[in-house]
Design a protein around this ligand. Structure first.
Ligand SMILES: [Zn+2]
Length: 434
């Protein structure tokens, strides 16, 4: 069998194993799109993405894909507003939530832990990778994710996808870094490249012509899975990192920095980067710096949960991963108290971290760390939208009608997000479970 066929067969197997039995009941039919003349939606509960407490019985007027008004305390006389001049539908038994964003994913990778499959995918032709990215984006959409911020891949294929027609053939927005930057000989080969031929990091970024949405720099090693709290030294010093951030800014691009441990995170924050990715064991001082400098933190706690599960299954000792997860949740609790802006990211595509499904797991971990469900949703909606410069992320007058709906009240969250009923993007229906 040819390489392409073998990989495709593997992908189909992975996809089949993920399928869930289809639901058979659909409480009421929805129109294919919210019509231009407008539509009234009655939401039993509304989580608007701002972090504010869920509101009860909210009526949304939508026209041209934009929310024209929100009115609290409205109760429809009966199901569909048949007597109203505008079409409408009743989501009185549902919670309507601002669309979610995964602020750290690797679309060119599968969440499967099989190292053989992962290696073959890294080497696969773009056509195979394109199909996998599309499958990964379908999984994101199915879990209420309307935008994905990609953290890099060794061949830059997520960026190639983001700049191709394939992006427009599906509704999820993709922002990609292409290949990340790392120091020669240090961690990062699987997601990027070092500056070529003795160039400084800043010069390499300046000369790079890839039409990226952001720059990704790796400034530490991977978080250790064998030594609790094990540290790695920074890959770049403050001078190099600051020059790199300025070179990116000259291209109009923000910088996301992979950094674990005190020194790598400190250098990244002081350099003026846009976000810290992972940030395991960054410590209290760095959390305070994040809060002061309005640098966003993308904690990807679910990776440690996935590693712990994977190690347990493989008969290896999961203790370091489990304790690292606990420590990250403590850092999150402190971040919440200090007012750090946290954006939800999963590192999906890492071993055991599934595209889409991991967003719900990360939301659960935020709640476990002490965030209210509304605050956890804000990490995935408003804070993620700010990171990617999107207009959606909050449901308010004048905002895009980009939302998801699940059955039941907010106390059913985040679990009920596994059974999303509807996804609307700019007022257009993308998904209805049924
Ligand atoms: Zn990553």
């Amino acid at each position: 069998m040819k390489l392409l066929d073998r990989i495709t067969a593997c992908l189909l197997k992975v996809r089949a194993s993920r399928r869930r039995p289809a639901k058979t009941t659909d409480p009421m039919p929805l129109p294919a799109a919210i019509e231009d003349r407008g539509m009234t939606i009655h939401a039993g509960w509304l989580i608007d993405g701002s972090g504010a407490a869920a509101r009860r019985n909210v009526r949304l007027e939508v026209r041209d894909g934009v929310i024209q008004s929100l009115e609290e305390g409205s109760v429809p006389a009966s199901g569909v507003h048949a007597s109203r001049p505008k079409p409408g539908f009743d989501l009185g038994g549902c919670t309507v939530i601002a669309g979610l964003i995964d602020s750290h994913a690797h679309l060119t990778m599968t969440g499967d832990a099989d190292e053989g499959l992962r290696r073959r995918l890294r080497e696969a032709p773009f056509e195979v990778v394109r199909r996998m990215i599309q499958e990964n984006l379908r999984e994101h959409l199915r879990h209420g994710v309307v935008a994905v911020r990609d953290g890099g891949g060794c061949r830059g294929n997520a960026l190639r996808f983001a700049n191709s027609h394939a992006l427009r053939e599906q509704p999820v927005r993709v922002l990609a870094a292409g290949r990340a930057w790392h120091r020669s000989g240090r961690y990062g080969r699987l997601i990027g490249r070092p500056p070529a031929g003795g160039l400084s990091l800043a010069e390499a970024i300046r000369r790079d012509g890839e039409p990226a949405n952001h720059i990704k720099i790796v400034n530490s090693g991977l978080n250790s899975l064998t030594e609790y709290g094990g540290r790695t030294s920074p890959q770049f010093d403050l001078e190099e990192m600051s020059a790199a951030v300025q070179a990116a800014a000259a291209r109009g691009l923000p910088v996301m920095v992979h950094a674990n441990g005190e020194a790598p995170v400190r250098i990244a924050v002081l350099s003026g980067c846009r976000s810290i990715e992972h940030g395991f064991f960054m410590g209290r001082d760095n959390l305070a710096r994040l809060a002061d400098g309005e640098v966003t933190w993308v904690p990807t706690a679910v990776t440690m949960q996935a590693y712990a599960a994977h190690y347990r299954q493989a008969g290896k000792n999961p203790d370091v991963a489990r304790r690292t997860l606990d420590h990250q949740l403590e850092q999150l609790a402190l971040a919440r108290r200090l007012g750090v802006k946290v954006a939800l990211g999963t590192d999906s595509g890492s071993p055991g971290v599934r595209h889409g499904a991991a967003v719900i797991e990360e939301l659960s971990l935020l709640v476990q760390a002490g965030f209210t469900i509304e605050e956890a949703v804000r990490c995935a909606s408003r804070n993620g939208a700010e990171l990617i410069g999107a207009a959606f992320g909050v449901l308010a007058k004048g905002s895009p009608a980009t939302f998801i709906a699940v059955n039941g009240e907010p106390s059913m969250l985040p679990k009920e997000l596994e059974h999303i009923r509807w996804v609307f993007i700019d007022g257009e229906k993308q998904l209805v479970a049924g």
